[in-house]
Design a binder for this molecule. Structure first.
Ligand code: SF4
Length: 447
């Protein structure tokens, strides 16, 4: 059987799941081709294949996939996999959603005996069949530009934040990957040139002991490799003793989804943290000398101008200008099909129709002035894309000062720092906007 696997965007990372799928499909008889359109531009005749698999890693990937496939003649056997597989297959019922690589879904659809040795928990991904990791997101750190790989110690998440696509699929559960799979995958990437590894776990501290055990092992095997991970505010505060260990194990920075300073919105999002907790989490990071990189989702139906100025106050109070990506200050709530936020009574009066083209619901603001402010901030970033991020931040603050009538920049002298960060600057729960889609298409975000 001739099978084509397509990836469109995986947040700047190598689409590891494609290599896993390849291994499962590789029964010694199938011909399997792979294209990652986030970095390749291949002309392919889809109808030449017997089966097509599309990686719907998240929202933007699904939008790009739909655009690519529209009006093309497709193979007869179609399947979709990844976090947005269900959303995609609800829109396009001719695509079968593959829930788990350990299930028989694929065998049944393709009517083939697939590789029985393959195990999602234990098989080491063969990344050599993918484009090189040097083509994907890097760590940028002043003059350094380091090849970055990625790995996961777990999949799924034990939390149920209402704006997040992960619990729609995993329903508040997570599982661990086998130690050998994780460590060998990292060893292979180090061999391929990686100097830094991102832990792609939705939350590195869902199983903190497992995560730290892996990190200690990796640190012993590759003492020069650095890391980053994502840890929610609640876990930073709950496990300060584990957080303390990260610095000595080469954790360069920790990404944490702060979202907003509005406690009412945080409650609706079921984040299990408050505005005060954000400040406490930053203090834990400062105490342990690990940069925290907060991600934000400032715009939701309930946003008020004070929420935006409070974000700037927090950034200024803790001197975080370099660790917040300016685009983050423009991000809007994304509501896909089956989003948990649809179960919250607060959303009802602001919810508009589902827009199939964008795979999401539109919504209104309670305070309509916020729509213009978001647009102005976003347009500013769009028009100043080539300016350095520090200047972009100052420009965004000026816009917020104009709308709030407040002086927001700290009057203290600010010593600008050079901090390490990934060259890809946005995240899966956010509504992708035009600038992001254009950056993906033009590969500008991919060094
Ligand atoms: S936002 Fe993070 S912690 Fe919350 S459900 Fe999603 S992955 Fe889990």
């Amino acid at each position: 059987m001739k099978i084509l696997l397509l990836s469109f965007y995986d947040l700047g990372k190598q689409p590891k799941i494609i290599s896993e799928l390849y291994q499962k499909l590789d029964n010694g008889e199938n011909q399997i081709d792979i294209v990652d359109y986030s970095i390749e531009d291949k002309d392919i005749t889809l109808s030449e294949y017997d089966a097509l698999g599309v990686y719907a890693s998240m929202h933007t990937a699904s939008v790009l996939a739909e655009e690519f496939l529209r009006d093309k003649t497709l193979p007869t056997k179609l399947f979709v996999f990844g976090l947005y597989a269900h959303v995609f297959s609800e829109m396009y019922p001719n695509f079968n959603s593959i829930h788990s690589l350990d299930s028989d879904d694929l065998d049944n659809l393709l009517d083939l005996k697939l590789n029985t040795d393959y195990s999602f928990k234990h098989s080491v991904p063969d990344r050599s069949i993918l484009p090189s990791i040097t083509d994907y997101s890097h760590i940028v750190d002043g003059s350094n530009n380091l090849v970055a790989g990625s790995v996961e110690t777990t999949y799924g998440c034990k939390h149920a934040c209402t704006h997040c696509p992960v619990p729609i699929e995993f329903n508040g559960s997570f599982k661990t990957f086998g130690t050998e799979k994780i460590t060998q995958d990292v060893a292979n990437q180090v061999e391929a040139g990686a100097k830094h590894i991102s832990f792609n776990d939705p939350d590195f501290f869902n199983g903190p002991k497992h995560a730290l055990k892996i990190l200690e092992l990796l640190n012993t095997q590759h003492p020069d490799i650095t890391y980053d991970s994502t840890i929610k505010v609640e876990h930073i505060l709950k496990y300060p003793e584990y957080f303390r260990e990260l610095k000595d194990l080469n954790m360069l920075f920790v990404i944490s989804a702060f979202e907003t300073t509005n406690d009412l919105v945080l409650e609706i999002l079921q984040k299990n943290h408050t505005y005060k907790d954000l400040r406490d989490a930053v203090e834990v990071s400062i105490k342990n000398n690990i940069d925290i990189r907060p991600t934000w989702m400032p715009f939701s139906p309930w946003t008020e101008i004070d929420d935006l100025t409070n974000i700037i106050t927090l950034i200024e109070d803790y001197k975080l200008r370099e660790t917040v990506d300016p685009i983050q200050l423009t991000i809007k709530l994304l509501i896909p099909k089956n989003s948990l936020i649809l179960n919250r009574p607060e959303i009802k009066e602001y919810l508009l129709d589902y827009d199939p083209a964008s795979f999401s619901y539109s919504w209104n603001y309670k305070n309509t002035a916020l729509d213009n402010i978001q647009n102005e901030l976003f347009t500013y970033v769009l028009q100043n894309e080539s300016a350095d991020e520090y200047r972009q931040y100052l420009g965004l603050v000026k816009i917020l000062e104009k709308h709030s009538g407040k002086s927001l920049l700290s009057t203290e002298k600010y010593n600008q720092r050079v901090v390490p960060k990934l060259s890809e600057t946005w995240f899966c729960c956010a509504e992708p906007n035009k600038i992001q889609l254009e950056r993906i298409r033009s590969n500008k975000a991919l060094i």
